[in-house]
Design a protein around this ligand. Structure first.
Ligand SMILES: [Fe+2]
Length: 388
């Protein structure tokens, strides 16, 4: 059985973000809170958007306090600004942290908190104020997803899932990615690849998600290397399109063990989300191959790697390709190289099992399995030890 519900309009194209003023007018908004971070603001990316808003006679309030892995205090500050200024719409411009902050702030405007009571599946009872999301990275997918992640007091990245969190409009403008540093293209691109691989291979069946995921993997396999290496608009545009497709895929089919394990690494050790996923992805793929050889063989073919003598061997060839991709993109090989404290592993294991994504992973997973994967990813030993 497949269920498809995506109440988001997607506008794709160079300079599409310059129509943001008329889009908010069409939503009957008159005073919009922009949610963004210092990096985006300093780069001047907002200037032409605020001009577009002014031309549509829309007032603007700026919330510039977004931090990586936004916490409860950050989200509540954004909500307080929205309420005190009597705004009637939200514009998120940035990566996953900006879009997630905007979603969570909007959620608190119309749904009584505290946030702890909204964590989990479908706890929201009211729609958000009109929200337009404009991504400036090629990974999050948050511009089309039904999820926001807020880091709580003990550094646990708590997911909140509801169709009310899907933005009204996603505006995909490749021009906004032109100043993205290569390491950010690489890390966010690997996040998108992880979304697609997990949505395709997990235990949730959804044909629309699978089609979106396969196309996302195909595009990423072709565009991520050149987009990172030369940053040209055409390749970045393909990556932006792929990351949104991957976002569609995981909104419909959810994720898996990579995200269950990477959130604790980011929450407790501050490793950027895309980097944590990139390091873990080949290990979890190798661990999972026996659970879904057919799905991982599909991943391999979509990565553009030749068929091997049987399905398992084809699936394993995909793991090797992801190891090679990480290396070519300059992603560190291990958590040790990223300075993560190995003493955190027991806490990370505990937090992994709080995620609903463990239960839908294509291979049943025990605490000892997670410990083995974390330990291997810490030292950077070959992921192939899980399949050979
Ligand atoms: Fe992700």
């Amino acid at each position: 059985m497949s269920s498809i519900f995506l109440p988001v309009r997607i506008e794709f194209g160079m300079d599409s973000s310059l129509r943001v003023g008329s889009e908010f007018s069409s939503l009957n908004c008159t005073k919009v809170m922009i949610v963004s971070d210092k990096g985006v603001i300093d780069s001047g990316l907002l200037d032409r958007m605020t001009k577009s808003l002014a031309e549509s006679a829309i007032q603007v309030i700026l919330f510039d306090g977004v931090r990586p892995d936004p916490d409860i205090a950050c989200v509540e500050k954004a909500r307080d600004l929205y309420v005190s200024q009597a705004c009637d719409g939200i514009l998120a411009v940035g990566g996953g942290s900006s879009i997630d902050t905007a979603k969570a702030a909007g959620m608190l405007v119309t749904n009584p908190g505290p946030i702890a009571g909204l964590v989990g599946m479908n706890k929201l009872t009211n729609p958000l104020p009109p929200l337009i999301a404009i991504p400036t990275t090629c990974g999050t997918g948050s511009e089309v997803t039904n999820v926001t992640v807020v880091t709580d007091e003990r550094h646990f990245k708590a997911p909140i899932v509801s169709s009310y969190l899907i933005p009204k409009i996603a505006m995909l403008d490749p021009g906004l990615l032109l100043s993205l540093p290569p390491n950010m293209v690489a890390a966010t691109g690997m996040d998108a690849l992880t979304h697609a691989v997990e949505a395709l291979t997990n235990n949730v069946e959804n044909w629309y998600a699978d089609a979106s995921a396969l196309e996302a993997i195909r595009l990423i396999s072709q565009a991520l290397r050149p987009a990172t290496a030369n940053g040209n608009a055409a390749e970045l545009g393909r990556m932006l399109y792929a990351s949104t497709l991957a976002g569609v895929a995981f909104t419909l089919a959810r994720l898996g063990l990579v995200h269950a394990m990477s959130h604790p690494v980011s929450g407790l050790a501050r490793v950027p989300h895309g980097v944590a996923n990139a390091v873990l992805l080949p290990y979890v793929m190798a661990f999972n191959v026996v659970g879904n050889p057919r799905g991982y063989a599909q991943v391999t073919r979509a990565l553009g790697v030749a068929e091997r003598e049987n399905e398992v061997a084809t699936a394993v060839a995909g793991v090797k390709e992801v190891v090679k991709l990480n290396h070519q993109l300059g992603i560190p090989k291990s958590f040790k190289a990223l300075g993560v404290d190995e003493e955190l592993i027991p806490l990370m294991i505990e937090d992994t099992f709080k995620s609903g994504n463990v239960a839908i992973n294509p291979r049943r997973t025990t605490k000892s399995d997670v410990e083995k994967i974390y330990k291997a990813a810490f030292t950077g030993e070959s992921p192939l030890t899980f399949v050979e």
